[in-house]
Design a protein. Sequence first.
Length: 438
Amino acid sequence: MINKKECQRRRKRLMDMIGSDSIAILPTSSVYIRNRDVEFPFRPDSDFFYLTAYPEPEAVAVLIPDRVEGEYILFCRESDAEMETWHGRRAGLEGALDLYDADDAFPIEDMDDILPGLIEGHERIFYNMGNDQNFDQRVLSWVKQIRGKSRAGVVAPDEFISLNHFLHDMRLYKSRHEIKLMRQAAKISSGAHKRVMQYCKPGMHEFQLEAELVHEFMQNGARAAAYPSIVGSGENGCILHYTENRDEIDDGDLLLIDAGAEYQGYASDITRTFPANGKFSTAQRQAYDLVLASQLAAIEQVKPGNHWNDPHDAAVRVLTEGMIELGILKGDVDELINDQTYTKYYMHRTGHWIGMDVHDVGDYKLDGEWRMLEAGMVLTVEPGLYMPAGTKGLPKKWWNIGIRIEDDVLVTKDGYEVLSKHAPKTADEIEELMTNVA
Ligand code: GLY
Ligand code: MN
Ligand code: MN
């Protein structure tokens, strides 16, 4: 569903910020070849889609504040009966105007002829360099062309500015509509994690669990995962970004599943860890309860006014104290934190922004200081412990225990809302769900 009003508001806000001496140019993503004659599924660029909701490839949005003939111009594919018979429907130029609210629409093939004329007279170009070298070259060639006319009194831009500062700050604060979509993305993914817990049996292969995730995503209208699903059993759970998903699952293994659906352009990112046979061993449960305690402590730090790093600091402290108690680490808690000894078993950070991109945009520091959390921001909270077999100094009972617990958390006016709350999380809840399978 296109949220026209919201896109319109976003374009207006961005144009107010860049000012009338400026022009903004935003191409969507390219189509990438997977192998001979086969393309990867197309996914629009998030910045572009945030402002346009236009879903087709080969499109460039141009924003020109205060342009009398219209401020929003879309270069896109024209309707073409034959191409549409082969490759699918196109909105065409008419659709760009009617469905997507462009003030003007031109064929993408005509961009080299038309765009330099639109850039002329503007002092600044807002454009993100470095994403696509070919497009960077084209933008530079348009400017060069305009500079060639400077003796005729034509004003050529002499400043290139990244859009990130304005646009990514806008994207960091989610609107009510965006939060609704993210809640739905997290709900679908929670259902998928539940489904897998109920389906899993020792002797299955990891890819069979991945198939169950995809099934649940698609049945609920999420056509893609927000990132490649991680289904790691036993020692594979200790590989942070394991995606081969091809091993047989052994009795006694833990399963670490990090998987989230993308729903109407918005990501979810959930990790759950559970015993393949439905019952945690003593060591597995001790380690699990520790990671869970650290995650709950981190989530408690999510509230307006706290800093970005507060949840991470809380998780690290609980994990380090717990590792000492369990005999995994030896020494003084403050020292083990200060000299980062804990990173032997917890080597990543506790979260990231999430939104249209799973690792979403937005600065984590402002003027060198950790950013303050504010209502409308959404972040993940995902501490873990990874203890592969053979780790020097690690007692054998902990070998191949890899645990991560990850939720998507919205900062609210006075605290937080866990968007992924429907995914079972305590050891008891998980065991209960896994024993009561028909
Ligand atoms: N799924 C990638 C991450 O958790 O950041
Ligand atoms: Mn994550
Ligand atoms: Mn994840």
